[in-house]
Ligand binder design. Sequence first.
Ligand code: ADP
Ligand code: TYD
Length: 208
Amino acid sequence: MSSAGRFVTFEGIDGSGKSTQARLLAETLRAAGRDVVLTREPGGSPGAEEIRRLVLEGEPDRWSAETEILLFTAARRDHLERTIGPALGDGKVVICDRFADSTRVYQGVSRGDLRGLVDRLHDLMIGREPDLTILIDMDPATGLDRALGRGGQEERFEDFGPDLQRRMRAGFLALADEFPARFRVVDGNRGIEAVAADVRRIADRSLS
Ligand code: ADP
Ligand code: TYD
């Protein structure tokens, strides 16, 4: 796969403002004349959107941790083959709401230490990291309130509760330490515009 374009991901706990900020960054870059593909995980291609329903709806114990890793990785592989890879090959900026770091954190640490398995499967089937990852860090209780406030059916992970959200936050911060070259951490406990201004500055520096 050619990687002439730029691959930007947003990460963070549920309700941290990733979708909002990904959309705002896409609008800003498009207004500046960049060709942008805004996408998300799980999903982002027709097949991966079908898998999204399987993993996000239903009871929290619907899948074993190992099966869940396979499903998220299958969705990612399809997304990469059909959406991300071709767009990067065409020189576009791809902005993705969650990517492999979410699997490292959610499946890697939520139910036992499965990070080794997540990494091995990633190396075998995905093998691509973002050029830039913006981690929106925020207070887990506020994040959960915001996420539950949205309503909807996709609450399998939110149903795991506040303690899990705290561990996920710590997991994302640990990943930012592990991959400092591509991670930038933004304080999400502020208004949408203040967060967006930080995101714009980071993207300007990284994408110019
Ligand atoms: P995520 O994609 O991380 O789950 P969203 O962007 O969907 O988060 O935001 C969750 C909810 O919180 C939405 O209703 C959104 O409008 C709201 N929201 C997003 N960012 C902020 C912010 N900085 N301050 C207050 N509310 C926000
Ligand atoms: P998302 O739609 O981004 O939820 P939110 O807007 O609440 O942040 O993602 C849905 C859920 O999927 C979220 O709780 C995290 C989970 N998830 C994983 O567990 N592993 C993964 O690899 C991905 C991409 C998401």
